[in-house]
Design a protein around this ligand. Structure first.
Ligand code: NAD
Length: 372
């Protein structure tokens, strides 16, 4: 098959959907790979490395005009006209964006949104949400440490002892757990909150304290279990009790990393303006949920701002700040997904009875096949 790897054009996007390592594997599987010239440069993968792996360097139109196009982000309105009707597209296509999916369907593309893969053991090797969120959680702590004018570990010096920083992590999915692990490695004292009861054990196994918000009704307990591992919106009474505890913990904290999300919905508000006002001067909030409106109403997308003496980091694409590793993991996720949609001759073969393929298929035959 003719596989195209265009250069990503979304602002701030530095990742690339195939690396020389995965290109080599596509070539070994008898595919022809067209890499847009400079597609990997922002992630430090050179044109020469792609050529040595067996790819042909081409222009934008040739890469977008392939039979199968591998992308990081959904193609823009400017890119879609260069894509061939009937071609296949694999990427992080934002499956909850109905308008975006309609545009892909209208362009006649058979598209697969990798974020829609189930969170099952079999899907782990192609789980882009996990591979990218893991890096985001790590980078969030490093950014916080950079913007925090003090140390994270306790330090005993001849000039006196400095206390360890207190870090609060809100939402302990993949990003939150990595943030806890990273903050712990840097010597911080960490506390964390999540709605899912299963999170408690994971938080404690990383050496952090779980901020327990007890359930008062069977309904609360049932909703908190979530669906497919994902959280559901909690009843207002539970959210109000959580808000009191979270506000208290944030006011004691030096750094807050918030990652709480509910699929397909705006991010829950967990850090109110009143809480920010009560935080210590010089403390830092990194709001990883900013793309979905943020866990703190004061954070601003793709900006670092200071409000009430608190630095709010609202950068929405932290994996792009680790472009080499983020691309390496993403490219391997894509490679593993392609094994599910190609046959032994390397032709596209969509097995609708495969739960991963069926979940990721978002447009086919000019139609959106999934309700956003
Ligand atoms: P996510 O990005 O959708 O959400 C982040 C976290 O926010 C979740 O832990 C969620 O429970 C939490 N959250 C939502 N509302 C909250 C609130 N009001 N207060 C505090 N926290 C709140 O999550 P994710 O990282 O994509 O992980 C989703 C699930 O998938 C998790 O259960 C995770 O363990 C599971 N998972 C499974 C596999 C696998 O088995 N292959 C792989 C990765 C993740």
């Amino acid at each position: 098959m003719l596989i195209g790897i265009p250069r990503e054009t979304a602002p701030g996007e530095t990742r690339v959907a195939a690396t020389p390592e995965t290109v080599k594997k596509y070539i070994a599987a008898k595919h022809t790979v067209l890499v847009e010239r400079d597609a990997g440069l922002a992630a430090r993968y050179t044109n020469e490395a792609y050529e040595q792996a067996g790819a042909q360097l081409v222009d934008t139109a040739q890469a977008l005009g392939a039979e199968l196009v591998l992308k990081v982000r959904a193609p823009s309105q400017g890119e879609l006209p260069a894509m061939k009707s009937g071609a296949a597209l694999v990427g992080m296509l934002d499956p909850f964006n109905a308008e975006g999916l309609a545009a892909l369907a209208q362009a006649g593309l058979t598209s697969f949104a990798l974020e829609a893969a189930p969170r099952t053991t079999r899907a782990q090797s192609l789980d882009v949400l996990s591979s990218q969120a893991n890096l985001a959680g790590y980078k969030a702590v490093l950014l916080a440490a950079n913007h925090y004018g003090r140390l994270l570990p306790m330090m005993m010096t001849a000039a006196g002892t400095l206390k360890a920083a207190r870090v609060v992590v809100l939402g302990t999915g993949v990003a939150g757990l990595q943030a806890i692990a990273t903050a712990r490695r840097l010597g911080a004292v960490v506390e964390a909150s999540d709605v899912r009861p299963a999170a408690k054990e994971q938080v404690e196994s990383l050496g952090a304290k779980f901020i327990d918000v007890p359930f008062e009704t069977d309904e609360e307990r049932e909703i908190a279990q979530g669906v497919g591992g994902y959280a559901r919106p909690m009843p207002a009474a539970w959210m109000a009790r959580q808000a009191v505890l979270v506000s208290e913990r944030c006011k004691q904290a030096d750094i807050v990393i918030s990652t709480a999300l509910i699929p397909g919905r705006p991010a829950p508000t967990l850090i109110s303006e009143e809480t920010v006002q009560g935080m210590k001067p010089g403390s830092v909030i990194v709001d990883l949920a900013v793309e979905r409106g943020g866990n703190c109403p004061l954070s601003e997308k793709d900006k670092i701002v200071e409000k009430h003496g608190v630095t709010l980091v609202g950068l929405s694409n932290l994996p792009a700040l680790l472009a080499t590793d983020a691309s390496a993991l993403y490219a391997r996720n894509v490679l593993d997904f392609l094994k599910l949609i190609t046959d032994a001759d390397g032709k596209l073969a969509i097995r609708q009875d495969d739960d991963i393929v069926a979940a990721c298929l978002v447009t086919a035959d000019g139609k959106v096949t999934r309700s956003a």
